[in-house]
Design a protein. Structure first.
Ligand SMILES: Cc1ncc(COP(=O)(O)O)c(C=O)c1O
Ligand SMILES: N[C@@H](CCCC[NH3+])C(=O)O
Length: 423
């Protein structure tokens, strides 16, 4: 359930007509519903009621500080993967004691920043990272809280680019090699072992890979116990999918009960790192039609709707061939056409949708690209020197710009022409 609905043929976000917001903000822009963000966070988090847990929102999926702050206020923590995400989470007021730091390539200065900030723990992904963290912590005279991200070799049955828990993926430490690292860590003066973690992939539509993973983690925790290593946290990562088209992912409550059932008997705090399931359907991208055209090649006629948002603004269709529902902001039952919705970028791969069924649209019409709240703005770039678009949040009958549209000046900010370049 989300708060993007048609009322009398007009798309609304909560109590505001999307077209009215567009008049004031201009296009393109990302639009988020505060009520949907809240509802989705609570639906996920409340599934784990009754057990010790922290919902650490995956900042990479949607990192605007207004949204992080909203989740922080609802009791959430953060799953971060860079110094930049740590900065955002702290700026948003998220409790550092609820921040966990994942990622295969943490630099020395990022490790230092995490330690200075007193985060809950680092998800260490290699032996070399463990040694580097121990050295940095020694230098700072502190103990680094550590969980190891183990790779359980479970097939999440999702897109190959977003599978992370298979042995052939770069993530984590193979589960059968992890015990050795725990033993090394226990012997290190500046490391404190806190937990065991994993994240097997994103946009999962089945519960079984999560359950299989948890079983493997439980067996592993048993082996740790035999070696007198006790852990306080089990981090199951993120990954619950959403409906973009006709997928039928588990309801967060179903996911939570399956996990709770499997956890039975384990006394550890559960950490969850959801991203997409919370924000994916809480945001849309609003774009304006610039031109329509048809290209005839032989017997085929191809229709194009050229809009003012491109693959730099929403890259998922180009990158993964991902489907996003696209509909006019003003519903029209007129003539249905099948068209590619394409952006202004000089790449054939610049499309938001292929063979989309649309009513007749004209220059100036607004289109909504749905399910754009996760990995939408956060993956945007300035390619073709396009300023990144605005982000807007609605609450009831009010809206606020939570990130300004970038200016032309911001495009060249930090650039300079050296004196040895002749003008
Ligand atoms: C370590 C880690 N945690 C959490 C997430 C969030 O995943 P999702 O948005 O699928 O819930 C990701 C991204 O896949 C990730 O890499
Ligand atoms: N960016 C991906 C998900 C990757 C998740 C990051 N581990 C997507 O849009 O679906």
């Amino acid at each position: 359930m989300n708060h993007f609905e048609y009322k009398n043929g007009e798309l609304f976000c909560e109590d505001l007509a999307v077209s009215d917001i567009a008049k004031e903000v201009g296009t393109p822009f990302y639009l988020y519903s505060k009520a949907t963000l809240t509802r989705h966070f609570q639906a996920f988090d409340s599934g784990f009621e009754g057990i010790d847990h922290i919902t650490c929102f995956a900042v990479k999926s949607c990192s605007n500080i207004a949204i992080l702050s909203l989740f922080g206020g609802l009791g959430g923590g953060a799953d971060i993967v860079s110094g930049g995400e740590l900065f955002r989470a702290l700026q948003a007021g998220i409790d550092p004691g609820k921040i966990i730091y994942s990622g295969v390539g943490k630099t020395e200065s990022e490790l230092r920043y995490g330690l200075q900030s007193n985060i809950l723990f680092f998800n260490v992904e290699s032996e070399q990272e463990l040694h580097r963290l121990n050295t940095v912590a020694a230098d700072m005279g502190v103990k680094a809280p550590v969980s190891f991200r183990v790779n359980p070799d479970v097939d999440p049955k999702t897109h190959a680019y977003i599978s992370t828990g298979l042995a052939k993926n770069k993530f984590g430490i193979p589960i059968h090699e992890a015990l050795d690292l725990y033993l090394q860590a226990e012997a290190m003066e500046h490391i404190e072992v806190k937990g065991v973690s994993c994240h097997i992939g994103s946009q999962l539509t089945l519960i079984s890979p999560f359950v299989e993973t948890l079983r493997k983690l439980k067996a592993f925790v048993g082996r740790l116990a035999e070696n007198e290593i006790t852990i306080q946290y089990i981090d199951l990562g993120g990954g619950v999918g959403i409906t973009y088209d006709d997928e039928e992912p588990p309801h967060p409550k179903e996911y939570a009960s399956a996990i709770k059932e499997e956890l039975d008997g384990l006394s550890a705090t559960l950490i969850l790192e959801p991203g997409r399931v919370i924000v994916g359907n809480a945001g849309i991208l609003v774009t304006e039609v610039q031109y329509t055209k048809s290209n005839r090649g032989g017997a085929e006629e191809k229709h194009f709707v050229v809009v003012d948002a491109g693959m730099n603004d929403l890259t998922r269709p180009s990158l993964y061939g991902a489907y996003h529902r696209i509909e006019p902001v003003k519903e029209d039952v007129d003539l249905v056409q099948v068209a590619d919705v394409v952006g202004p970028i000089c790449e054939t791969g610049d499309f938001l949708g292929k063979d989309i069924r649309l009513p007749h649209v004209e220059q100036g019409d607004l289109l909504a690209v749905f399910s754009a709240g996760a990995y939408g703005f956060t993956m945007a770039s300035n390619y073709n020197s396009r300023p990144r678009v605005a982000e807007v949040m609605v609450s009831g009958d009010q809206f606020r710009i939570i990130r300004e549209r970038e200016s032309m000046e911001s495009l060249i900010q930090g650039e300079s022409i050296p004196e040895f370049v002749e003008k």
